[in-house]
Design a protein around this ligand. Sequence first.
Ligand SMILES: C[S@@+](CC[C@H](N)C(=O)[O-])C[C@H]1O[C@@H](n2cnc3c(N)ncnc32)[C@H](O)[C@@H]1O
Ligand code: SF4
Length: 373
Amino acid sequence: MALRSVFDASQIRTEFENAGINSHFIPLIWKYVIQNPNCEWDEVPSLPSSAYPLLRSKFKPSTSTVHSVIDSSDEVTTKLLIKLQNGAFVEAVIMRYDTRLGKYGGQPRSGGLRSTLCISSQVGCKMGCKFCATGSMGFKNNLSSGEIVEQLVHASHLSQIRNVVFMGMGEPLNNYTALVEAIRVMTGSPFRLSLKRITVSTVGIIHAIKKLQNDIPNLNLAVSLHAPVQDIRCQIMPAARAFPLERLMDTLREYQKNSQQKIFIEYIMLDGVNDEEQHVHQLGKLLETFEVQVVNLIPFNPIGTLSHFSTSSEQKVTKFQKILRGTYNIRTTIRKQMGQDISGACGQLVVNQADKRSTGSAGLLTDIEDLSL
Ligand SMILES: C[S@@+](CC[C@H](N)C(=O)[O-])C[C@H]1O[C@@H](n2cnc3c(N)ncnc32)[C@H](O)[C@@H]1O
Ligand code: SF4
């Protein structure tokens, strides 16, 4: 049987419990593994003697490996192509924010920068959004919580990670149990990331948003709205049929009321599809009664022949922003496109990689300015 990731928290806790080993050793093991990624279990100091054979027979310090590390030419973005134990690939992306410069930038592998890590939760995705390279792959498999956490471990060897956003490959709320467990590990010892600095991006899985409120109160949500009315949403995001816009908005209002947490609205700008003047007024009215933290306008990142959409012109995006701000008083940012020279769109590098071996999104996604507040 394949060995599990030592960062699969519930597995290792259960195994330790069954063997009568105190679970307080687990964060100590994780700390050692983070500092010594290529270690053998016998090297981990000060564990009860029964822990060593158990670790050897059931767990690996890392089940994934970094297959390649690619820096963008502007040195802001680094993409990690990560190979999982089953041979599949996922992407994790580091974006560096230089606090001294007050903007994204800085030398790729240098310390001292405030970095955001964009993490994948699935190989492929079953939601099938028409503009998304990951969606074009279909669903392959869920990542385990350990595989999700290992992306943070790999990235932390290259940069000091301050923020984590689940905006990589896959729909995190379709891999709910692993997502919740991974977030609990990341916010616990030894990672100790602040929950305020973790954001989960979702297409809007209503029942899971409701559940999340109880399981991880006060988690930041980014909702990929992308259209102001249900029929356009369904055209570009087939899964939206199952999550009517009105019910989604009620769920978000409820989420915000109960948790006082930040909700970011993501809106991809697709030329002639959702970027006309009527759409901005529909969106403004939809969000008027809703205390939205910020609307992020995302320039569509072309994904080659996988999608027929085009990117909205700069003038259209700027006008959209102006109306949302001026007429509706909604904080609105235009997300920078980053890392386009390294297949910036989520999943694109994996699709390209798959193409090369003959076997899945564009400039990078995160409006880090807002997510790293
Ligand atoms: C890849 S998804 C992953 C998280 C989640 N599944 C979701 O849809 O929010 C993260 C964000 O990337 C956006 N995205 C996907 N393909 C894109 C593209 N080609 N250009 C720009 N943004 C894209 C999505 O709409 C979403 O807002
Ligand atoms: S945008 Fe998100 S939900 Fe849609 S296909 Fe891509 S990963 Fe899945």
